[in-house]
Design a protein around this ligand. Structure first.
Ligand code: SF4
Length: 378
């Protein structure tokens, strides 16, 4: 199984962000760390025997915690779970919050992959997003991470930002890929309701305030082309990696590996159940850990839908043999005519001889929501 650990704190809330994250006092952060460690130890009693292949410490901004707080969290994880020797252990970090002391402590505690939230190499765009850092500060943090021995680094980027042009996006891509990180995530900005961005820009593109749909599409196509030229293979709709450096944790999500979420609001999928933690900080701190919210037992139909709906995000697609192994029936029986129709429409293809994979074509990826949603049966 995989572990996800949520650290919900940030120095300041970015204007577009609807994640479960917020600024907090040092005292609350310390109380949170103590409660989280309690939750980790409790969960370890229930699930500690199962081998853990990946851990992802996300947020918020996990690197906002002090070095000794992260060390204590990792210590409790190692004492409570059976972590595989080769486990991928990632932590999200924001430029401007990491120091040499922190990075060395992460390394020592077993964290072997850092994911930097940069978003853009253009300081004006960063400012409009409400980010706390400049590109130069990112460079400093990135180089510090390399100097501290991190040889597996991801950089998160975002396109279709206010004020962004195709040229400035290309500039961001080439500058960042030029630094040679092992992995780059490149998502398109989605304007989420309830954020200051929603009030300012509204839901619709094409109102002159944001790059319009044509520009957004052009950015998406340029991403693939530029990153390929610079040595990155796309392995998922929005994720690119050097050979062998794909994010194992996320591949686990997309291929149905069970995961246990720890910390505020974290969701889990384990033993066929999906549930999440309390997402109210006051209640999380006050109550005993282990409460489950919105618990559902997934039906066979849910699992079949997810198999395609989530698995088709991967460039490699989904194994039809594995589908049959898992569900005891061929995919063609569950979805009569659908696979053939998608192939006829140019949205998908088959590859492989013994283990046959069904995957989206470039065109299918461009309109992935349309094709993937056809696997939803109700
Ligand atoms: S740093 Fe990330 S999690 Fe925190 S407010 Fe900004 S976008 Fe949200």
């Amino acid at each position: 199984m995989e572990l996800y650990i949520h650290i919900p704190f940030c120095a300041r809330k970015c204007a577009y962000c609807d994640f479960l994250s917020f600024p907090q006092t040092k005292e609350t952060m310390q109380n949170y760390v103590e409660k989280l460690i309690k939750e980790i130890r409790r969960a370890g009693k229930e699930y500690g025997e199962r081998p853990v292949s990946t851990i992802f410490i996300g947020g918020g901004t996990p690197s906002i915690l002090e070095a000794d707080q992260m060390t204590a969290i990792m210590q409790s994880v190692k004492e409570s779970f059976s972590i595989e020797e080769t486990a991928e252990i990632s932590m999200e970090a924001n430029p401007g919050t990491v120091t040499e002391e922190k990075l060395l402590a992460y390394k020592k505690s077993g964290i072997n992959r850092i994911s930097f939230g940069l978003q853009s190499a253009d300081n004006r765009e960063l400012q409009l997003l409400g980010r706390i850092h400049t590109y130069e500060e990112f460079l400093e943090s990135y180089q510090l991470a390399r100097a501290c021995g991190f040889d597996n680094i991801n950089v998160d980027l975002m396109s279709a930002l206010p004020g962004q042009t195709v040229e400035s996006w290309e500039d961001t891509l080439t500058r960042v890929a030029g630094l040679d990180p092992e992995h780059i995530s490149a998502y398109s900005l989605i304007i989420e309701e309830g954020t200051p961005f929603f009030d300012k820009y509204g839901e619709e593109r094409g109102n002159g305030l944001l790059p319009d749909e044509d520009a957004e599409r052009e950015m998406y196509h340029r991403t693939k082309a530029i990153l390929r030229e610079m040595g990155y293979e796309r392995y998922e709709i929005s994720n690119y990696a050097k050979a062998g450096k794909e994010c194992r944790h996320n591949i686990g999500y997309w291929t149905g590996i069970p995961y246990l979420g720890l910390g505020l609001g974290a969701s889990s999928y384990i033993d066929g159940y999906r549930f999440c933690n309390n997402s109210d900080l006051k209640a999380y701190l006050a109550n005993e850990p282990g409460e489950r919210f919105d618990e559902v037992l997934l039906t066979e139909q849910d699992l079949q839908e997810e198999y395609f709906f989530v698995g088709l995000r991967l460039v490699k697609g989904v194994s039809l043999n594995r589908f049959e192994e898992l569900f005891g029936v061929p995919a063609e029986t569950v979805y009569p005519g659908l696979l053939e129709k998608m192939i006829r429409d140019g949205g998908a293809e088959l590859h492989g001889k013994e283990d046959v994979f069904f995957h989206l074509t470039d065109f299918g990826m461009d309109v992935s929501n349309y094709f993937m949603s056809q696997f939803l049966q109700d």
